[in-house]
Design a protein around this ligand. Structure first.
Ligand code: NAD
Length: 497
């Protein structure tokens, strides 16, 4: 018997009556663990209507009370950290430790949402003209929606609905159909924390449900995280329907290794940031750019990568788990084969890796290529697997030129002991998130997640101050309260007098 994944609509859990059924599978053996019925058009409409209704009352709830709901929520998430990580690990295949990290990076955003009073503050200027003051408020938009990917089923939904709701909005979440059980548990805990029924609704499905969200007149803003083609489609369609859209998309992240960097540190950090989570992170390092004689470190990198062994989620020795589905595995194997055909040196090939007793799982072992060039498919496409490409250049300037020519701009890092090299890199690089001796520079929630170029479409990024701007409108008030109660004379000009 597999579990049924419910929708959450208006505070009620329902199986849904859509004809299309989707199996949620264990990526370690592709056996079904749950089933969901895609939401019908009527169910999506009902979810939006519930959010509209709940938001009317919620926007009147004092900001300190909304903050307290978020405070309770972050505590509940911490209390259920292991339970959430177990659900997450089972449906994604991530190792338990990494699943805990996924949940934790979301809890940090819920914590930030408890700070909403300070974050929503507007601006004031007294005496903008004689006896006239101007001040601004941030007010909720109404109902916002989130469409999330498979690779962080806790963190990414938590980038969205706690902050949107803390701002006073209602929310409709359409999580990835591949791992919907973690987001459902997050939603249950949100209600347990005191969020009113109907404020957060969760509908399951694929393109049809997303299309309805994109066209629904009551949805004012859409947060999306996923692949480039879908991100472009969502940004274009959402904005065409006059909605506010932030769309976070694919990536290809480079690490630049300078000759004055510490070799052991570089090798350790490269291994973890390239094959951790089976490379299924939008901030994974997929290209290592060796500057000068650091290319001599590649054989040691190979030895270190070869020691990483994928395994089951509850195997404490496993470095990472399987890929999410057989299509992902086929795509990664195809790109590895293309690399060999195009003339790259495959130093370590994980194509045939498997785990005993789980041969039908989506396993790919750590894979390392050297001699990769810009023209190869290996370099041009986002692989989203445990595959690291190495490239060699002579100078830092050449490395910067290479990275800046990439159409992606999510994250990058430089490993060096030179302040001057680090300063040059951070200043000149055209990438939105830069690590200096930090391989995966995902900012904490008081900053924002600031991908650039084809890794992000929109203006305002996820979490931090930018998210508050994204989920609110600014209302600016200009007020005069003359002591006499009378404003004398006429003013026929535009100037404030
Ligand atoms: P995906 O684009 O396939 O799916 C994302 C969401 O869009 C899912 O909810 C899915 O149901 C929906 N969707 C899929 N096809 C659709 C279509 N044709 N029309 C409308 N909606 C559709 O992405 P994924 O495979 O779940 O996630 C992996 C991708 O996400 C990678 O490219 C990765 O780089 C990216 N990602 C980016 C970031 C970031 O912050 N930039 C973070 C995490 C993941």
């Amino acid at each position: 018997m597999t579990q049924q994944v419910n929708h959450l609509i208006g505070g009620e859990y329902c199986q849904g009556s859509g004809d299309q059924q989707i199996a949620v599978t264990n990526p370690a053996n592709n056996q079904p663990i749950a089933t969901l019925n895609c939401a019908t058009e009527a169910e999506v409409n009902q979810a939006v209507a519930s959010a509209v209704e709940a938001q009317k009352a919620w926007r009147e709830v004092p900001v300190s009370e909304r903050a307290r709901v978020m405070l309770r929520y972050q505590q509940l998430l911490k209390d259920h950290h292991d339970e959430l990580a177990t659900i997450l690990a089972k449906e994604t295949g991530k190792t338990f430790a990494d699943a805990k990290g996924d949940v934790w990076r979301g809890i940090e955003v819920a914590e930030q949402a408890a700070n909403i009073g300070s974050m929503m503050m507007g601006e004031t200027v007294e005496n903008v003209a004689r006896g006239i003051d101007t001040y601004s408020y941030t007010q909720p938009l109404g109902v916002c929606a989130g469409i999330t990917p498979f690779n962080f089923p806790a963190m990414i939904p938590l980038w969205m609905f706690p902050l949107a709701c803390a701002c006073g909005n209602g929310f409709v979440l359409k999580p990835s159909e591949q791992d919907p059980m973690t987001p459902m548990r997050l939603a249950e805990l949100f209600e347990e924390a005191g969020a009113p029924k109907g404020l957060l609704n969760v509908v399951h499905g694929t393109k049809e449900a997303v299309d309805q969200i994109l066209h629904h007149p009551e949805i004012k803003a859409i947060s999306f995280v996923g692949s480039v083609p879908v991100g472009q489609y969502i940004y274009k369609t959402g904005t065409e329907n006059l909605k506010r859209v932030q769309a976070f998309a694919g990536a290809k992240n480079h690490m630049v290794i300078m000759p004055d960097a510490d070799k052991a540190t570089v090798i350790n950090q490269l291994v973890g940031s390239s094959v951790g989570a089976a490379g299924q992170r939008c901030m994974a390092i997929s290209v290592a750019v060796f500057v000068g004689n650091t290319k001599e470190w590649i054989p040691e990198l190979k030895q270190a990568m070869a020691k990483v062994r994928p395994g089951l989620w509850d195997d404490e020795e496993a470095g990472y788990g399987p890929l999410i589905n057989p299509q992902s595995k086929a795509r990664v194997l195809d790109i590895i084969a293309s690399g060999k055909e195009e003339g790259a040196n495959c130093l370590l090939d994980g194509s045939d890796f498997t785990v005993q007793g789980y041969e039908s799982g989506n396993w790919v072992g750590p894979t390392l290529f050297s001699g990769v060039t810009k023209e190869m498919r290996l370099y041009k496409e986002e692989i989203f697997g445990p595959v690291l490409c190495t490239m060699e250049v002579d100078t830092l300037s050449e490395a910067i030129e290479l990275v800046n020519a990439s159409p992606f701009g999510n994250g990058t890092s430089i490993f060096t002991n030179s302040g001057a090299a680090a300063r040059k890199y951070q200043h000149e690089i055209e990438v939105g998130q830069v690590g200096i001796n930090v391989p995966i520079p995902v900012p904490l929630p008081f900053f924002s997640f600031t991908g650039w170029k084809n890794s992000f479409y929109g203006d305002l990024h996820a979490y931090g101050k930018q998210a508050i701007r994204f989920y609110t409108e600014t209302k600016t008030i200009t007020a005069r309260w003359p002591e006499s109660g009378i404003v004398e004379g006429q003013n026929l000009t535009i100037a404030l007098k």
